[in-house]
Design a protein around this ligand. Structure first.
Ligand code: ASP
Ligand code: MG
Length: 454
């Protein structure tokens, strides 16, 4: 069996749901379990309505919910027409929106929002979409059965980012989903939502649909997990910066994880870890261009010297000089404790005999942090730096890559360099206004030049 997951943009409206049905049909011989996200933007709108209701803006909140009702009913009309069970489906969608309205009223009376009530409201995005998609799939003659995700996805009680219990999910998935599959049925499950052991609705974190798909795939020992979204897959660089960026057909999980820290927004690899750990390949496909080859993410793809070029701007470099203390045992610990105390995470680190340089992404707590750092040595700050990274699991094993990377950047000022211990990421800190130039130069070096010219 396989898991086929459609993100919000891939079920955004009737046309998208029709494409999803065609994609699912083409997978029918592989016995898919379908996981769906809420319609695009629906989760944001639900969370906004919850906030508004709790802040006493009940009318605004209810308007948002009526907007969602309208949207689901319009798409239902387009997909289901009249007759059959169309009226029942519409009544069911509408009833869920009535429940949302009652919840909003309750929140406005309470004037107070808890993570638990946020989950109660946010879950309706996937409850609505799963009901709509299942009914639509039936119209397209797919043997779709609706599964309440909460009957399968057990989590703890940490509302809004509840931690799934894979053992319990495995037990439930086998009990609930396997019999459906063996009868030739097509289960449709909402992603993102679950239920605590006490029976309360939970959610597993924003963007959690991918996580749900990976968990179900791991639970059922899927042959593959397909994540259908609105981009072709992972690319060799951000195409807004590097025009010649191209699709990566196979990428290692560790490389994908590295790219995610640079804001590759396709998917967050930690969400697919349960699948990758069990050796299940995860594919990313574009539901608008289903004929595309997509990207396959696996734990064991060959180690290429360079798989992608990543970059991010707005990085702050902090340098601490301390001729007196640097070599003293425990100095680095003391230094990093300062960052920990100020909840500031450090990304890149380089040291010399007398100085330590680090980069931080989030300078919001810098003022207080600097006061503490100055107790340790002379501190200088460089704002508006950028990080470019050459990412490839075979980077360390290839003696020319490093030289080629620095060669490609000739003419640019390099402020810091770091090669990660796993040798998967060569990180170079440059001037912020040269980020695009640096990414294009590195991309040209590693992806546009034929190897013999290199
Ligand atoms: N609907 C949820 C969100 O928007 C989960 C998902 O789409 O993956 O965060
Ligand atoms: Mg998503």
């Amino acid at each position: 069996m396989i898991v086929v997951k459609f993100g919000g943009t891939s079920v955004a409206d009737a046309a998208a749901i029709a494409r999803a049905a065609a994609i699912t049909r083409s997978r029918a011989p592989r016995r898919p379990v379908v996981v769906v996200s809420a319609l695009a933007r629906a989760t944001n709108e639900l969370l906004a309505a919850a906030e508004q209701a709790a802040q006493g803006q009940l009318i605004v909140a209810l308007r948002g919910i009526e907007g969602l009702r309208e949207r689901h009913l319009v798409e239902a009309d387009a997909l289901l027409g009249n007759g059959g069970d169309a009226d029942d489906v519409r009544a069911e969608l509408s009833a869920m929106c009535d429940e949302l309205a009652s919840l909003s009223e309750a929140l406005s009376v309470l004037g107070h929002l808890t993570p638990r009530s946020l989950d109660a409201i946010a879950a309706y995005g996937e409850l609505l979409s799963a009901a709509l998609v299942q009914a639509a799939f039936r119209r397209y003659d797919l043997p779709a059965d609706l599964v309440d995700a909460r009957d399968v996805m057990v989590t703890d009680e940490l509302h809004t980012r509840a931690v799934p219990d894979l053992d319990a999910i495995t037990e439930n998935a086998r009990r609930v989903l396997l019999p459906m599959l063996s009868q030739g049925r097509l289960p449709v499950v909402g992603g993102f939502i679950g239920r605590s052991p006490g029976g309360v609705t939970t959610t597993i974190g924003r963007g959690g649909g991918d996580f749900s798909a990976a968990l179900l795939g791991a639970a059922l020992g899927a042959e593959a997990i397909e994540i259908w979204t609105d981009v072709d897959g992972m690319l060799t660089a951000d195409p807004r910066v590097v025009e010649r960026a191209r699709l990566i057909e196979v990428i290692r999980f560790d490389e994908a994880a590295e790219l995610a820290t640079f804001g590759a927004k396709v998917l967050h690899p930690s969400t697919i870890a349960p699948a990758v750990q069990r050796g299940i390949p995860v594919f990313i496909f574009n539901s608008r261009r289903p004929e595309g080859r997509g990207t396959r993410i696996t734990a064991d793809a060959p180690r290429r010297a360079v798989s992608a070029i990543a970059g991010k701007g707005n990085v702050t470099v902090i340098k601490v000089n301390s001729s007196r203390m640097l070599l003293a045992p425990g100095f680095l610990r003391t230094l990093f404790e300062v960052f920990e105390r100020h909840h500031t995470s450090v990304d890149v680190v380089a040291t010399s005999e007398v100085s330590v340089s680090v980069t931080v992404d989030d300078p919001s707590r810098l003022d207080a942090l600097l006061v503490d750092l100055r107790a340790l040595g002379d501190v200088s700050i460089e704002r508006q730096r950028a990080v470019v990274a050459v990412v490839g699991a075979g980077l360390g094993g290839d003696s020319t890559t490093m030289a080629r990377a620095l060669g490609a950047l000739h003419g640019l000022r390099v402020h810091m360099i770091s090669l990660s211990a796993t040798e998967i990421n060569l990180t170079i800190i440059i001037d912020g206004d040269r980020l695009g130039d640096a990414m294009r130069a590195l991309h040209a070096e590693f992806f546009d030049r034929p190897p013999e010219a290199a």
